[in-house]
Each structure stands twice: as C-alpha cells, then as structure tokens.
Design a protein around this ligand. Structure first.
Ligand code: CTP
Length: 402
C-alpha cells in the first residue's frame, strides 16, 4: 500500500506548459489512495482546464479568492485549504511562482495557501534550461530549502523551447516516487520491528471441539495496521479470526493453540524491538486431547485442564532491549492487578481494559483503556474506537524512541 494512501494532497499548479502533465499526476495520487484538492494560478488555466482537474480529483478546483460561479461569491478560504492538507505539492513550479513564494508576494490564491500551509511542501520546478540555472532560480531553491520545503529535481530532456537540457518537470510517476520515498524515510517507526499477538487461541478437546473465547482479534489487527502505517515491519501472530491484512510490511502468521502462538513468538522475539501481546490466550487447555470424537454417553462430563504457558511472561523473562507491552483484562481491583502484572511479566507498559467500562471488551468496535507504565504512572484514556486506541499505543512507542 502506498504511503500516500489516505493522505490529503493540495496540488498547486502554476502557469507552465508542464501543467498538462498534472492530469496524470492527479490520477496517480488518486490511484495511490490520496484525497486531492487543486489550486490553479490564473496563468495555469491557459495550459489545462479546471474541468479536467476537478473531474479527475473529484473536487472543485480553486483559483481565485472567491468562487466566480457562485451568485453569493463565496470566499475561497485559503487558510482552510492549507490546513486541510497533509502535504502540498507545487507542480509545475514556475520561476515566477517560486520567486513570489520566497518573497511573500501574495497576489493569488495559491501563494496565499502556500503562506498559510503548515504541512510539508514539495516543489516540482519546470522551466527552460537557462532559467533553471539562473542565479535567481538557484536563490529561490536555496530559500525554499531553508524554509523547510523540498525540491523535486527537474529532469533532463527536450524542452518546450526546442532546446534540450535540465528543466523538464519530473514525470508524474517520478514525482509520486519522490514523495513516497521522502515520506517513508521520515516515518517515525521506520526500521523498527514489532511483534504483535492477536485474537483468541483454541485448545482442542477432541477432533471437533475446542475451548476458546470471544476475542475477535480486531484490537491486534488495528495495532498492526497502525504500526505499518508508521513504517514499522510487523510480525502479526494471530489465533483464529475473520480478519486479514494486506500490507507489505505485515507478515501474518496464523496459529490455533496457545502452544503454537508461544512457539511462533519465541521464534521471532530475539530480532524485534517491540512486542505487544494483544491476544486473548487461553489460560488452560485440556490435559489430554481425545483422538476420536467424544460420544455423549456420560451424564456428567469433566474435562481435566492444565495451565498453558504464559507467552507474555516468558518473553518478559528473556527480554533484552525489547519494549514489552501487555494487555490486562480485569473486573475488580483493576489498577492494582494491572500493576502486579507489570511486575510479574516484566513489562514496560500495560494497557488495562476494565469490563466495568461500558463500550470496552470483546467484539465491540470501541475500547476504554488505561495506560500504566513500569514506573506505575497511570493514564486513563477516553472511550475511543479501537483504531484510535491503536494510535495511542503506537504513540507511546514513538515517544519511547523519540
Ligand atoms: N497472555 C499471554 N499468554 C497467556 C495468557 C496471557 O501472553 N497464556 C498475555 C495476554 O496477551 C495479555 C496479558 O498476558 O497481554 C494479560 O492477560 P490477562 O488475561 O489479563 O491476564 P492473565 O495473565 O491471563 O491473568 P488472569 O487471567 O489471572 O487475570
């Protein structure tokens, strides 16, 4: 999945012949899963129509401070547009537009939006080779770089003037590749490996029956998705669930029993930076598994159970530098019990769920958790979606490595 997926991109188009290529650029952004809004300078409309871009971006295109088609002449709020964006891309960026942006010469909507933007801004310059090398242009690049903006280098080749050289706007595919590589390199968990357990475990009684629980696995899968979005490589070890995950950064290993989950966790634990135990592992399993289906002959039937291995505690025993996070599901003396679990399992952080909290627990889309760290700092959180809880957990990890 592209790192641009779900990102809000504000595309600023200034008046150069390369503007015609922005139709493909918008298409590639949309294909990558981004949301796109377009601002055009008045001059750029000579090279490509707003209709083309609004059709491709599925959004109205803005180019002046008020909406010309609107009888009420509603103001186009440049601040709102700029703050909406996760990233802003100026393509093509002409010498004129860059120079005006450097000097705060705010005579059109695009420059006003640029001056209001707080997000990363990328410039894809396009001009003739001599203009590209002129001291004035080089000075603009330096100033924009100094402002914290990024320049996507122009390419070498045939130019609209008939000359050949450096100055062609980077091809749309190359702009997308540049953005993806840049954003990926800045992800806060880039290079980190995270092991996550998820879902229930099933402990066989006979070939057709098992002991299990109601865990859906959603919490663990949400954590995995969120970790991958932050650039981490994830090993997701899950008991039986209906969830699946399509992400190059996530290796999903499906297991059934607590012993299989234990074995898989120990296989990977040495090489990970973080482990998060979100699985609802069975605490007991039948001592003997019947080879044949058990017949319904006895009036009363007793199954002898024995303890499963505590996976999280076993990881706590052998951990070196790993940041170890456990969950605790409690119904009484929640904080005290959770603190005991931190000590007993040698954890860095515990995520406490209380079944007394409405909206928390198995099979629900929401969760209400309290974080307790190894120094017993207690941090109760609001009731949130499980995705938002996953974000909070990942923020703790990001803060740990900051
Ligand atoms: N856990 C585990 N292996 C087990 C049991 C639990 O890895 N065999 C992990 C869970 O994934 C969770 C944490 O331990 O992160 C706490 O689980 P919880 O059920 O709250 O506690 P238990 O340790 O099982 O203790 P109890 O049921 O007595 O409260």
């Amino acid at each position: 999945m592209s790192v641009l997926n779900g990102k809000k991109i504000l595309l600023g188009i200034s008046g150069g012949i390369a503007a015609y290529k922005t139709a493909s650029l918008v298409r590639l952004f949309i294909k990558a899963g981004a949301h796109v809004q377009v601002i055009m300078t008045p001059a750029s409309k000579d090279f490509i129509t707003p209709l083309t871009l609004s059709t491709l971006s599925k959004n109205p295109v803005h180019s002046s401070f008020f909406n010309e088609d609107d009888v009420n002449q509603k103001w186009n709020n440049h601040v709102e547009l700029a703050l909406w964006a996760d990233l802003m891309v100026i393509a093509p960026a002409t010498a004129n537009t860059m120079s005006k942006m450097v000097n705060g010469n705010c005579d059109n909507l695009l420059i006003a939006a640029y001056l209001s933007a707080k997000c990363p801004v990328y410039f894809a310059p396009a001009m003739d080779l001599d203009m590209y090398q002129h001291h004035s242009t080089v000075a603009s690049f330096k100033a924009l770089h100094h402002f914290g903006n990024s320049i996507i280098p122009a390419e070498n080749g045939e130019l609209a003037s008939g000359l050949s050289g450096e100055g062609r706007m980077a091809e749309p595919e190359n702009i997308v590749a540049f953005l993806e590589a840049d954003l990926e390199s800045k992800l806060p968990l880039k290079g980190k490996k995270i092991l996550i357990t998820a879902g229930p475990t099933y402990e066989s009684i006979d070939p057709v029956r098992f002991i299990g629980n109601h865990s859906s696995g959603k919490m663990g899968f949400d954590i995995a998705k969120c970790a991958a979005n932050l650039g981490a490589t994830v090993i997701l070890i899950s008991g039986p669930t209906n969830f699946s995950i399509e992400n190059n950064l996530v290796k999903l290993i499906r297991v059934i029993s607590a012993q299989e989950m234990y074995d898989a966790c120990h296989h990977y634990f040495d090489n990970v930076d973080v482990a998060i135990a979100a699985a609802a592992v069975a605490d007991y399993k039948p001592t003997n598994i019947a080879v044949q289906k058990i017949k319904k002959t006895a009036t009363n039937f007793v199954i002898e159970l024995e303890k499963t291995k505590d996976i999280l505690a076993s990881l706590g025993e052998i951990k070196k530098n790993q940041f170890l996070i456990g969950f605790a599901l409690e119904t009484e003396n929640e904080i005290e019990n959770a603190k005991l679990k931190i000590q007993k399992k040698n954890l860095d952080l515990i995520v406490l769920n209380s079944l007394q909290d409405e909206g928390a627990g198995f099979g629900k889309p929401t969760n209400k958790v309290t974080f307790i760290d190894k120094n017993f700092k207690v941090e109760p959180m609001e009731l949130k979606s499980k995705e938002a809880v996953a974000d909070d957990i990942l923020n703790k990890i990001v803060a740990h490595y900051a």
